[in-house]
Design a protein around this ligand. Structure first.
Ligand code: 2AM
Ligand code: CA
Length: 263
């Protein structure tokens, strides 16, 4: 696997896709709901995924593609080289805010994350990492994360988990919210992962994420020493939805041990 070549190719593809998304605001955007009413998809999500798939297949016919919109391959194992792609992570933000959404891409070889990309399209902020070679925000190398106590931590969490819900006990989360320095919710898992990796927030937790939401961000987060697991403390499995937490080292342990109880 020629990582340098694939890295250059992936970067230019992502930038070109970002341009397509920005100019899409001058055309008609059709919004549909998926299975759940607040789970949105647009014609742009689909067009951008198709654009990626066409180009990847042209250049790397032996690689497989696992994309949110389902135009890629049927993926049952992570054997070989697999591109895990979310053409627009944060579609609700794309539709409602026209900002705070990202292209998220992870390239895995036999289940190991080799390359990771998160492109915050409207901010023009590009995060990427090559396994073993560090993570970057635009062209700046991101430093290793240091330990931060909960009292000084800003936690990325959606308010829906802090009210009664069917996935997690909300009482301990109320305590977490009360104890930490502050909370934020950006509405794009990829952007929240990029923010943890770049030290803008200290942790991000979610009860339900898909492989393409986290695949790219996990490669980036791991390069700066962030800990990424599901809420049972295991490696998130990348073939279906799972719970998810990414945090600075000590904080990860503290949050899982004391504040998160799955139902
Ligand atoms: P999306 O915009 O690509 O769907 C906050 O809503 C985050 O959770 C976003 O990153 C969003 O990704 C993701 N998300 C929303 N609905 C989801 C679902 N049903 N399963 C997994 N991830 C989801
Ligand atoms: Ca998406």
């Amino acid at each position: 696997m020629n990582l340098g070549y694939i890295d250059r190719f992936a970067k230019s593809l992502i930038r070109e896709a970002g341009h397509k998304i920005r100019i899409s605001f001058y055309s008609q955007i059709d919004v549909e709901s998926k299975a759940e009413a607040n789970d949105l998809v647009t014609n742009i999500d689909k067009e951008v995924e198709r654009f990626f798939i066409e180009r990847i297949r042209e250049n790397f016919p032996e690689h497989k593609i696992f994309g949110e919109e389902g135009f890629g391959d049927r993926i049952e194992t992570l054997d070989g080289v697999v591109w895990l792609l979310d053409p627009i992570d944060g579609t609700m933000n794309f539709v409602h805010q026209k900002r705070n959404f990202a292209i998220s891409l992870g390239i895995y070889q036999d289940g190991v994350g080799m390359l990771g990309y998160i492109y915050d399209v409207m901010a023009d902020d590009f995060y990427h990492a090559v396994k073993g070679e560090g993570a970057y925000f635009n062209d700046e190398r991101l430093p290793l994360l240091e330990v931060t106590p909960l009292e000084q931590a800003v936690i990325g969490i959606n308010a829906s988990w802090v009210v009664p819900n069917r996935r997690v006990e909300h009482e301990p989360l109320i305590e977490l919210v009360a104890k930490c320095r502050g909370t934020r919710s950006y509405g794009s898992a990829a952007i929240e992962l990029a923010y943890v990796a770049s030290g803008r927030i200290d942790a991000y937790v979610s009860m339900r994420l898909a492989p393409w939401d986290i695949a790219g961000g996990m490669v980036i987060a791991q390069e700066v020493g962030a800990v990424t697991t599901n809420l049972r403390g295991e490696t998130p499995h990348l073939l279906g939805t799972d719970t998810f937490i990414v945090a600075r080292p000590g904080l990860h342990d503290d949050m899982l041990r004391h504040y998160i109880r799955l139902k």
